[in-house]
Structure formats: structure tokens, C-alpha cells
Design a protein around this ligand. Sequence first.
Ligand code: AMP
Length: 295
Amino acid sequence: MSSRVVTSRAALTIARTKSDIRAWRKSVVGDVGFVPTMGALHAGHLSLVRRALRENQTAVASIYVNPTQFGPNEDFNKYPRTEDSDVALLESVGAHAAFIPSGSLYDADNVVRVVWRDIAQTLREAAARPGHFDGVMTVCAKLFNLVQPTRVYVGAKDAAQCIVLARMVRELDFPFELVVCDTLRESDGLAMSSRNRYLSSDDRQRSTVIYRALNAAQQLAARQPATTVGQIDDIVRSTLAQEPAMQIEYVSQADLNTGAELVDRATKVSDVKRILLSFAGRIGTTRLIDNVVIG
Ligand code: AMP
């Protein structure tokens, strides 16, 4: 391993190039748990790292704000970049390594992408963010090839991403286990997210309506098994309406097994094994997503 580019802080090795991370990987014996991130780390990310540490001899996280998953009008340039505190947080939980590329992971003349054909017809989040999941799958395929993990840890908060990566791992025969971890929430229910730091304190307060709405739907379905998809949609929307500043992009109910949208409002929730109830919306200029599983 080259001491020029690989630096160790306490027990954390920081790899800055593809050859650094490959060299680190070669030096490691036993199971490797991997947590890909875009940085601006919070307790949600750290819960994934902790689980990776519990279930593997070694845990490595990556920090890379991936340009190919941002749309032209999205927040790539202003996405929070907080490397020093990220490194300190990874050290504090005992991660062994961080892959923090110092430049682009892409060749200047890159043309290859991993694509799920017609994804927008299956996943509501893909319809909302054209090209996003091609970027996610492509960068994850690159990271998986570089890190060669035994297990990869992802958060249920990004439910569509979990579905997409599970499909890619299966169809492209990646040789590792994909582990989906629970969403970590603030004490008032708001799902932790790097984008929460964009929120003004008023908007931060208003954003709590998202989990109140999803939770109200979960409670209704638990109380009344005959609840329909339409009634779930109504209770989510009426709760969200308590905060007029919250602009709804979509409220979606999908069969968690297939990802297929439940379009018939008369369907009883008890007739679907597990429903993924997802929200996407904006408060001010900040886009927030969240989801719960019913059933
Ligand atoms: P990101 O840095 O936003 O790309 O997220 C990196 C990983 O952390 C993804 O697998 C996310 O799903 C996961 N993650 C983000 N927020 C949370 C959270 N609140 N709870 C659990 N996992 C999360």
C-alpha cells in the first residue's frame, strides 16, 4: 500500500484512489461490511456502520457525492460536503476504513451505465427523478467492484433504492448479501437525512407532518384490517394538508414484493401482504422522502 496516498487516522484508513481501496481490500482478511454514502453523515448512516461492524470483521464506508445520480436541476453543487466531521464520526464508531475519492470515479470519456429498462413505469420514485437510478446503479456497481464486500448495508429510508439495488445484485450476480436496515428517526419522527440541514427551523418543524401522516395510516390499517388503499391515501393526504407549506410530489402505495403500484383504491390492505407507503414532497426548495411498511 502506498503511504503517499493512504493515510491512517487512529484506526481509520482513508483511501483516496481506486488503487488505494483495492490495496486496502487485499490487505484485509475475513468478512467485509460496506456502507456506501454521499457523506454529510448523521446517526442514520452510523447505524448502518455499527451493524456492519457487528456482522463482519471489518467495516468500510465510502463518501462520494455521485454526479451521475443528480438531475440537471437538482442539488449536486450545494449538496453538503462535511468531510472532517464525517471522518471523525466514522472514527468514533470504530470503522476500519473510508473510501473518499479525491477526484471523479468516472473516466472522462465514460459512456457505460447500468440501466433498469422502463423503470419509471414500475417505481414511482424513478418517474419523479429521471436517470437517477441509472446513476445510483452505475456508481454502486463501480463501488462494489472496488470494495468487493461480503455484505452491503443500505437504509430502508431510500426504499426505491433498496428495491433497485436488490434487483441489480440479483440480475448481475453480485456475490454479496444486501442488508436493508431500519430508518433512523429524530425524536419527533422526522427521518434523518443529510438534506434536513437545508431546512429553516420553521420548515424543520413543519416537516414532522410527514411521519405523522404515514404513522396515522399505519395505525388505521392496524386498527381496521378492512381499510382500503383509498382510505390510506385519504388519511395521508388529509394529515399532510395540516401543513399547507408541504407540497406533495406523490403519495404512493406499492406491493413491497413486486414494487408494483397499487392503483385500485378499493383494494383492502389486508389482501396485500406488505404495502410500501411512500411520500415525496418539497418544503421550500428541499425535497424530502419517507416511507413506512404496512402489514
Ligand atoms: P446517502 O448518503 O443519503 O446516499 O445515504 C447512504 C445510506 O444511508 C443509504 O443506504 C441510505 O438509505 C442510508 N440512510 C440515509 N438516511 C438514513 C436513515 N435515516 N436511517 C437509516 N439509513 C439511512
